[in-house]
Design a protein around this ligand. Structure first.
Ligand code: A2R
Length: 317
């Protein structure tokens, strides 16, 4: 008898094959069938496979009394109550490191696109306006800028590494000072005031909710560019939208949104923003690596009760 696994969200065929090799897989039932599923099958479910977006709803976790592992596809796990899981002895795993380069590349791509007017210029050429109206306005250089990184962790460091190519002055804000050759700001507003660009790459969740607030946006200022590849919740979205509309913020490159896939409609009318549908890590190569690690964590757990990449809250389990 294979152990029971509850699958939340969709996965690739490769992942599904690996899951079904080792588990009896139960896709998450529709809302009106959920309670029936929890009553009948819930008691035998030992594993959940999910992702950073769908997470682990508390009412489902409560209905799985023998749950032992939640393997999440993605590095951010703000949609999973890891403390509550750890308190029940449930290990939560995620997929750190394998996506550092990809998300860092996405951050740089967004910054270049916003600074150099990539999207409006492309539209200009396609509309035939180059022929009739001549050259477009000059853009702003990404060379020799001060770039503030909010969250100098695994991905933040990969972003900093890339910034050397642009002769950037890298500064950062995180909860603690790191042993790195970049200036640390304990105060985010102060860092924003000193930065030409603010790149957000912290986790989401309560501790970072809206920390890029009105004050930080004002400090970044009318010449400043905001790049968000972390979570939409990190930025006060209504304040950001107003600042972009009023020219109090120069531009923004956004891969994430507070209520995604809903995006504030006001942004659609703005030329100074580049909008992406949360694709920071979404390449064939990186998503494969994330899928492999999601499966490897489950396989390892079945083998010896250990996991490869538990979240910090569960590292002592
Ligand atoms: O705890 P610290 O001092 O190491 O700082 C972490 C920082 N961070 C914060 N900074 C300011 N205020 C906070 N409340 C706060 N909470 C955390 O974010 C650290 O420098 C960084 C997170 O780094 P890692 O844990 O290595 O995460 P990784 O792999 O870089 O991914 C970051 C996020 C994910 O959670 C997803 O939301 C997104 O990127 O894909």
């Amino acid at each position: 008898m294979k152990p029971d696994l509850l699958l939340i969200g969709t996965v690739t065929d490769v992942m599904m094959t690996r899951f079904t090799d080792e588990f009896t897989v139960h896709p998450l039932p529709a809302a009106d069938e959920l309670q029936g599923f929890l009553d009948t099958t819930g008691p035998s479910v030992v594993a959940v496979a999910t992702n950073g977006h769908n997470g682990m709803p508390a009412e489902i976790m409560a209905g799985l009394p023998d749950l032992k592992i939640i393997s999440s596809y993605g590095v951010g796990y703000d949609a999973i109550d890891a403390d509550a899981a750890a308190a029940r002895g449930i290990v939560v795993t995620h997929t750190p490191n394998v996506l550092n380069d990809e998300v860092a590349n996405t951050a740089i791509m967004l910054w270049l696109a916003v600074s150099r007017n990539l999207v409006p210029n492309d539209a200009y050429v396609r509309a035939g306006r180059w022929l009739t109206e001549g050259n477009t306005p000059l853009s702003r250089s990404v060379q020799d800028r001060t770039v503030g990184i909010l969250g100098l962790g695994r991905i933040g460091q990969a972003i900093a590494d890339r910034l050397a190519m642009f002769n950037s002055t890298v500064v950062y804000h995180s909860r603690s000072k790191k042993d790195v050759p970049y200036r640390y700001y304990g105060d985010l507003t102060e860092m924003a005031a000193a930065s030409d660009v603010l790149i957000c790459i912290t986790p989401g969740g309560a501790s970072t909710q809206g920390i890029v607030n009105k004050q930080v946006i004002e400090a970044l200022g009318p010449e400043g560019i905001l790049i968000n590849v972390s979570r939409g919740s990190v930025v006060d979205e209504p304040e950001m939208v107003k600042a972009l509309q009023d020219g109090r913020l120069c531009g923004a490159g956004l891969d994430v949104f507070d209520k995604e896939p809903q995006v504030p409609q006001e942004l659609f009318a703005l030329d100074n923003v580049v909008l992406q549908p949360h694709i920071g890590s979404a390449t064939v190569e990186t998503r494969k690596a994330m899928g492999d690690l999601t499966c490897d964590n489950l396989s390892q757990f079945l083998k010896d009760g250990k996991t490869l990449t538990p979240v910090p809250e569960c590292s002592q389990l």
